[in-house]
Design a protein around this ligand. Structure first.
Ligand SMILES: [Zn+2]
Ligand SMILES: [Zn+2]
Length: 302
């Protein structure tokens, strides 16, 4: 296969992955789920918000993958995709058979922590770089989410022995010490991601925790070693990402984004979730993907 053909066919794989989001839009519109969501409608409002953010990062990752050089940067977008997946998994309670509280309550705790964290970042910034009115708006947002949180009731349990979600040794799960709304002065809802991904790796038998490590900024700093290849005359030169590296990034992102897209869709429309699931598994079954994983594309010279 000529190299232009390979590039075009890889591009088609990427388009197929991105089109999953368009299929979702179509399903939601055609099945009457395109009503606007009120911001205090928990958990739907927060799920919708995080799903949009996750999709943005997924599509940016796919965009990087259409270019053999920029593909090196694709995993930088994988990290926020995984964080989105962890937060959605936490809200919907997919990481454990004994979640704490209801989805509505967990979303309210998380939304409050997110509003506090954003506001705190603005307070800490140089006042000259914060636009007029943003601080007041941030305070208003925090108050709004405090009211929602009060209304739905916080599911946090003071007595550790009564915490429903347990570790294998019997103690309360790690979510307890990181419970988002409890960290009032140092809100950090993203701390929930690692323990949630660890549990999702076990419940879904997929190495999300490994992907979290592989997409970290620490690993990103060592990327230069991968970008630098050895040429035939023994010198070093920058090289493009291989098809296998690109296909792996695509497959990992698709697992994370496809998974959380499916979870959110399930909450509104089961048949639509089934259609998305079939679409995602069609992507996995593509012959081109199998050939790339078997090193057939990178070995042969076009
Ligand atoms: Zn709470
Ligand atoms: Zn837990």
């Amino acid at each position: 296969m000529a190299s232009e053909d390979r590039e075009q066919r890889f591009g088609e794989l990427v388009v197929h992955a991105v089109d999953m989001g368009h299929l979702y839009d179509h399903l939601m519109q055609s099945r009457g789920h395109n009503q606007p969501v009120a911001r205090d409608d928990m958990p739907d409002a927060l799920l919708t918000e995080i799903l949009h953010l996750t999709r943005l990062q997924f599509e940016a990752l796919c965009h990087d993958l259409t270019d053999p050089w920029l593909s090196h940067a694709a995993t930088t977008h994988l990290r926020p995709v995984l964080e989105g997946m962890a937060q959605i998994g936490f809200i919907l309670g997919h990481e454990t058979s004994t979640p704490v509280g209801t989805s509505q309550q967990r979303a309210a705790c998380l939304a409050l922590a997110r509003a506090r964290e954003t506001h705190r970042a603005m307070v800490a910034a140089n006042p000259r770089s914060v636009p007029d009115g943003n601080l007041e708006e941030g305070r208003r947002q925090v108050r709004t989410f405090e009211q929602i949180h009060d209304r739905v009731g916080c599911p946090y349990v003071e007595d550790p022995a009564a915490w429903p979600c347990k570790e294998t040794h019997g103690g309360p799960c790690r979510h307890r010490e990181l419970w988002p709304c409890k960290r009032v002065t140092k809100p950090a809802p993203r701390l929930l991601s690692s323990p949630t991904l660890l549990r999702l790796s076990a419940t879904m038998s997929f190495p999300f925790t490994d992907l979290e490590q592989a997409s970290s900024l620490v690993i990103h700093q060592s990327l230069i070693d991968r970008m630098m290849g050895v040429t035939e005359d023994g010198t070093n030169a920058l090289r493009n990402a291989t098809y296998k590296e690109r296909a792996l990034a695509l497959a990992m992102a698709l697992s994370a984004y496809g998974g959380c897209l499916g979870w959110v869709t399930e909450t509104v429309d089961m048949p639509a979730a089934g259609a998305l699931g079939r679409y995602a598994s069609d992507t996995w079954k593509r012959q081109d993907l199998a050939e790339i994983m078997a090193d057939e594309w990178d070995r042969s010279d076009g």
